[in-house]
Write a protein that binds this ligand. Structure first.
Ligand SMILES: *Cc1c(COP(=O)(O)O)cnc(C)c1O
Length: 408
């Protein structure tokens, strides 16, 4: 045999048993079958066997199983980003003539997808007020196939009455999907919203499926883009998996390994960032430059009681919340002044995303991005703070200094 062939078909095989704390990075497009019969009979739909790298390796199967456990589901699929997970759910479940309902405070690209590709495919959408269960009830029609939910809402952080919204969807026979990025599977269990019911032997109330931007807390590094879809329904899992195999949206093994490496510290990081965010949110609420601070654990924040209902538990008497909040700047400040404040921050960097080690800030103009009225909010520009893992006093000093520099 020549060298070139030897280097590929080498006789050495490492011993089969190898165990270490971290899962190996299995990189494969090709998966080798021992013989043709095995290739013909191998199962493509579940995790009983390997067929092709796109459809699963030990690395991705392990990550999927751990994420399903994290979120309280039984099936998980990985997608190349959180937004790809949203798109995957839409493409797998909606067809021409269907309608999807999206909360006004949803992650904005969810709405953009509905306005773009979904509209092109003859799928309509309506935007509902997440704080008004009656508004959702009035918008559900026989054409409604799917309702998106988000708790807390993006940027403005309203916490909806998730229990009532899910009960409504169940009563009307409409599928509901939760963007679970904020709760990260830790703040509440999306598949078991009323654990006390389950304790009395009643069936658990939960969403039909969740998507999660693993890009945020599960990655924790600000260096990976990935998403997941989790469900407890065997039937939904089958539909989503078939669609996943047809759309070809897999993830890279190195990225999956990076998320696997970060998962064990997820609860610690989530809690540390929560604690720091609450300290800073409370401090911001005491500063005259901010007319309102939006963080679901603050009693003045819209939907605070709903957050308490779901996220305060005997295990977490102070409740859990993501390390993210927004502040409404007093309306006498111009957008130039608000921009100058963001520019003056030194530790808070200007950038999208959250859940990583570095604190981030982003100014928003809510008037231009909302369809429905936001009467529960003070008027003025909104600044969102995403809290990283820096020392909280340093972060507070950074905000105080930037307020001075920008003369706010
Ligand atoms: C970031 C984010 C997404 C999208 O995740 P990407 O991986 O950046 O595509 C979806 N939903 C929410 C709530 C997010 O914050």
């Amino acid at each position: 045999m020549s060298r070139s062939t030897d280097l590929i078909h080498h006789a050495y095989q490492p011993p089969a048993e190898f165990e270490a704390p971290q899962v190996g990075v299995f990189k494969a497009s090709t998966v080798i079958f021992p013989n043709v019969a095995a290739m013909r009979t191998r199962e493509w739909m579940d995790k009983s066997a390997y067929t092709y790298g796109l459809h699963g390796t030990p690395t991705t199967f392990t990550l999927e199983e751990r994420l399903a456990t994290l979120e309280g589901g039984t099936h998980c699929l990985l997608t190349p980003s959180g937004l790809a997970a949203i798109a995957h759910v839409d493409f797998a479940l909606l067809k021409t003539g269907d309608e999807v309902l999206i909360p006004d405070n949803a992650y904005a690209p969810n709405k953009s997808l509905a306005e773009g590709e979904l509209a092109q495919f003859g799928i309509t959408h309506q935007v509902y007020d997440a704080l008004d269960v009656n508004d959702l009830a009035a918008r559900i029609t026989p054409r409604t196939r799917l309702v998106w939910l988000e708790a807390a809402g993006s940027v403005t952080m309203e916490f909806p009455d998730l229990v009532a919204l899910v009960q409504l969807c169940k009563a009307r026979g409409v599928l509901c999907a939760l963007d679970n990025t904020w709760g990260a599977g830790l703040a509440f269990n999306a598949f078991d919203l009323m654990p006390e019911q389950g304790a009395q032997g009643q069936p658990s109330l939960g969403v039909d499926l969740t998507i999660h931007a693993l890009t945020k807390y599960p990655s924790g590094g600000g260096d990976v883009l990935m998403g997941s879809i989790v469900t407890r329904s065997d039937e939904l899992a089958r539909v989503l998996k078939l669609s996943h195999m047809r759309l070809g949206t897999g993830v890279g093994a190195n990225d999956a390994e990076a998320v696997l490496r970060s998962l064990p510290s997820l609860p610690l990081r989530y809690k540390a960032q929560d604690t720091a965010a609450r300290t800073l949110a409370a401090w911001c609420a005491s500063q005259p430059a901010f007319s309102q601070v939006l963080h679901p654990a603050l009693p003045s924040s819209p939907g605070h009681a709903h957050w308490q209902q779901l996220c305060v538990t005997p295990q977490e008497p102070d409740g859990l919340a993501a390390g993210i909040f927004s502040a409404v700047m007093d309306e006498r400040f111009t957008s130039q002044q608000v921009d100058a404040f963001c520019d003056a921050l030194q530790l808070f960097k200007i950038g999208y995303s959250w859940g990583g080690p570095m604190s981030l800030v982003m100014p928003y103009n809510m008037a231009s991005s909302r369809v429905r009225s936001v009467s529960h909010m003070q008027r003025g520009r909104v600044v969102r703070f995403c809290i990283g893992l820096e020392n909280v006093i340093d972060l507070q000093n950074d905000i105080a200094r930037a307020l001075k520099v920008a003369h706010l």
